[in-house]
Design a protein around this ligand. Structure first.
Ligand SMILES: [Cu+2]
Length: 322
């Protein structure tokens, strides 16, 4: 998946370079903030995890060029019709009302454009679905109007993450409406599986820098993943209208070193070694464990996860067995 995407990247990059370079070149001049929105920024937030790179590539090299070309083409057609066929320059209009050729063309071409977009769109969707073997699991539960995080691998029970009040945020120099009093903390470079659900109404777990947006639905467990590539603080928000305080339930993910993460887990009363223990157990009996872990997930997703183990699974299992 990764290498074929890479190949297409090169191919389409060449073809579409002219269409987007001018526009995105200007964008690159402004230094974007990492993990949070940039004032007056109009592009997507910079990527800090694999899925986001693919999403940005799809937007910049597939969607934007197509949108730009269609917009220019339609604008040119409009201008041509206005100039060439107004009452003054074309006093005697033609009488025909059908043209089979053009009708076939304007039906087929949009279909082909959509099929072309669908190829890359589905590729991106599959990339989201193909989760590498996770190093740890965090359960995120949406409530009206805050998030709860739980670390089952590390025996850290659910704790509540509320939005930081305005005065406290200003005093701490962190973005108000995005900063939380209890962030989700994860180690850098580790693949984090996020189990997403809700306890009351539908919420959505979204964090732009990692390319995450997964609905949190009561009675159902969705899953998504990210591998944060550098330490830092990353902000997201609930992205499903969930009631009066929908705008006040931010998601703050703090990416730290493994040592800092272990210390944080210990501070939460958890077991820092829980990760290694559970990984070993999973590697020895992957099929059984997968089924048990994902039992609460919906059937379709569980089966997919079970039948298509990620590439990293085999070496990990082999290493553990030895
Ligand atoms: Cu919400």
């Amino acid at each position: 998946m990764k290498s074929s995407l890479q190949g297409m990247r090169t191919l389409a990059a060449g073809a579409a370079a002219g269409a987007t370079m001018a526009f995105w070149g200007v964008q690159a001049l402004a230094q974007d903030l990492i993990g949070q929105p940039t004032p007056k920024g109009i592009a997507l937030q910079p990527a800090a995890a694999p899925l986001k790179y693919d999403a940005i590539w799809f937007h910049d090299w597939i969607l934007m060029p197509i949108i730009t070309i269609i917009t220019l083409f339609v604008a040119a057609l409009l201008i041509w019709v206005v100039v060439r066929y107004n009452a003054r320059s074309n006093p005697v209009p033609a009488k025909f009302s059908h043209n089979t050729t053009i009708e076939v063309v304007w039906t087929l071409v949009p279909v082909l454009i959509l099929v072309f977009i669908a190829i890359f769109s589905f590729r991106l969707l599959f990339t989201y679905h193909d989760m590498p073997r996770p190093d740890l699991t965090v359960k995120a539960v949406g409530y009206q109007w805050y998030w709860g995080y739980e670390y089952p691998d590390h025996e850290v029970g659910e704790f509540i993450s509320n939005m930081l009040p305005e005065e406290e945020a200003r005093a701490a120099g962190v973005p108000y409406l995005l900063a939380a009093n209890e962030p989700m903390v994860v180690p850098v470079g580790k693949t984090v599986r996020v189990l997403v659900t809700a306890a009351d109404v539908i919420h959505s777990f979204a964090l732009p820098a990692f390319g995450l947006k997964t609905d949190a639905i009561p009675g159902r467990v969705n899953e998504t993943w990210f591998t944060a590539e550098r330490e830092g603080v990353y902000y997201g928000q609930c992205s499903e209208l969930c009631g009066v305080d929908h705008a006040y339930m931010p998601i703050e993910i703090r990416v730290v070193s493994q040592a800092a993460f272990d210390a944080w887990i210990a501070g939460k009363g958890g077991n820092p070694a829980g990760l290694a223990a559970s990984t070993e157990a999973e590697a020895t009996a992957p099929a059984i464990d997968q089924t048990a872990t994902d039992a609460s997930a919906t059937e379709g997703e569980t089966e997919d996860a079970a039948v298509s183990p990620p590439e990293t699974a085999a070496p990990a299992a082999a290493a553990a067995a030895n």
